[in-house]
Write a protein of this length. Structure first.
Lengths: 164, 284
């Protein structure tokens, strides 16, 4: 049913879109509220295709983002790897829940990686001194339904165009 | 080499391995410079993405420039010409002041510090980096001669320094980042101090000013040239708040940077021959 190469391409494109959304320049007031696009996409693919999307892929993606964002190498990597791990562990339980409950689960899944990132920043002496640091959890929860529906639509249509 | 696993590692094992690797990487990256080449390699795939994200902003700017009316362009042209004439007049004065400075220093038998520095313009990419670290990406890199530690200014003052150089782009740390300390001098009385970022684009903190220090609101702060990173006498900030808490040995002093750290689109890169701190005039 799925052509693996077109699925891999779909996954790649979805990550590229998430990376672009993470990098795009936002006005000053909006920066703290940016949803955690990449972890959300990681969570979706670990739930949908755990055989392709695993802890390793998430880790390398994090390393890429460390280079892209100017953070310590390994900072985002460990965050995404932990998110992927939690998501893979829980994916069978989360998949069957209605979207509203999934949203809360997603918010909770982002907590550990954000806490670890906060800790790492604190060690570097760069701990943000504002509660807004946690704002992305809430905005990510708000966008999750759309991310989920869009990626599911993409996944279901990935092999379709080949069959024409 | 002993194989680590007899068959595929379990999920938890994978996580533990990656955690250990991450901690190792972060520690090395934080303490040493050895991971610089790793970043450079990663930048080969990072930079295309950054350029891609910057493209729409660049395109819209190009579009708005090309759609300006001829009238507006003529007006802008006239304004820029008269501005340039005024700047040239000021530069003439600067040049003669520089000569006078050299002569005076020779009289005091102190080494001259007035040097012409090579400057070039670069553009900032419209890309957001980590929100809690004040960094920017510029569109010039190794092929343009950019080097690590190179000072970055905008039209109004000092902005920061280059921290990582790729082939065609570079990352710079701004002076507003809390991990950046800039050696400066109060222009009114020559008092030397450090300016450290606070994480906010409009506030810098001056360190180690004794409570009895001679410092006033409105004082201009320039680079002192100490440390050899930044050339001396470039404007940095203006002091806007002084607090002398009773019983504390140091004053709390903040300043507003001249550079538009959050708004500048074009920046200047300064090349300087490696000047170590030169001898200072006697009798200070």
């Amino acid at each position: 049913m799925h052509h693996t190469s077109s699925m891999a391409l779909t996954i790649l494109l979805s990550f590229m879109a998430a990376i672009a959304l993470t990098m795009v320049s936002l006005p000053e007031w909006a920066i703290s509220y940016r949803p955690a696009w990449i972890p959300l996409v990681v969570i979706y693919w670990t739930m949908a295709l755990p055989q392709i999307m695993g802890v390793g892929l998430a880790w390398f993606l994090g390393l890429y983002m460390d280079a892209a964002q100017g953070t310590l190498l390994g900072q985002h990597a460990i965050g995404y790897a932990i998110t992927a791990y939690i998501s893979i562990r829980l994916h069978q339980r989360i998949r069957i829940h209605p979207l509203s409950q999934q949203t809360i689960a997603v918010g909770l899944m982002l907590l550990p990686s954000m806490s670890i990132t906060l800790w790492v920043k604190g060690i570097q002496g760069q701990a943000p001194d504002t509660w807004l640091y946690w704002a992305p959890i809430f905005t990510s929860m708000i966008v999750w339904p759309w991310v989920f529906l869009f990626l599911r639509w993409l996944r279901r249509n990935a092999g379709r165009s080949r069959q024409i | 080499m002993k194989p680590l696993f007899s068959f595929g590692p379990s999920l938890t094992a994978k996580l533990i391995i990656f955690t250990i690797i991450s901690i190792g990487l972060m520690t090395i990256d934080h303490r040493f410079d050895s991971l610089y080449p790793v970043r450079s390699v990663l930048s080969l795939i990072v930079h295309p993405m950054q350029s891609f994200v910057d493209l729409p902003v660049k395109a819209s700017r190009w579009l708005s420039e090309n759609l300006t009316t001829r009238q507006q362009l003529l007006k802008d042209n006239r304004k820029l010409r008269s501005q340039q004439m005024l700047q040239n007049a000021r530069l003439q004065k600067l040049s003669s002041l520089g000569q006078e400075n050299i002569r005076l220093r020779e009289l005091l038998t102190s080494a001259s510090r007035f040097k012409e520095e090579r400057v070039s313009i670069a553009e900032l990419l419209s890309v957001d980096l980590d929100p809690y670290k004040q960094q920017v990406v510029i569109s010039k890199g190794d092929i343009d001669g950019v080097y690590v530690g190179q000072p970055l200014l905008d039209a109004n003052g000092v902005m920061g320094q280059i921290t990582h150089v790729n082939a065609v782009s570079a990352t710079a740390l701004l002076i507003s980042d809390p991990s950046h300390a800039l050696p400066v001098q109060i222009s009114r009385n020559g008092m030397r101090t450090l300016v450290v970022g606070t994480g906010k684009a409009d506030t810098l903190s001056l360190r180690h000013i004794p409570a009895s220090g001679d410092i006033q609101n409105g004082d201009i702060v320039n680079t002192s040239g100490l440390g050899g990173r930044f050339p001396p006498n470039y404007p940095v900030a203006q002091i806007n708040h002084i607090e002398r808490p009773p019983g504390k040995p140091f004053a709390i002093v903040t300043a507003k940077p001249f550079a538009h750290l959050d708004r500048s689109r074009e920046v200047l890169l300064v090349w300087q021959k490696s000047t170590l701190a030169t001898t200072l005039a006697s009798g200070k």
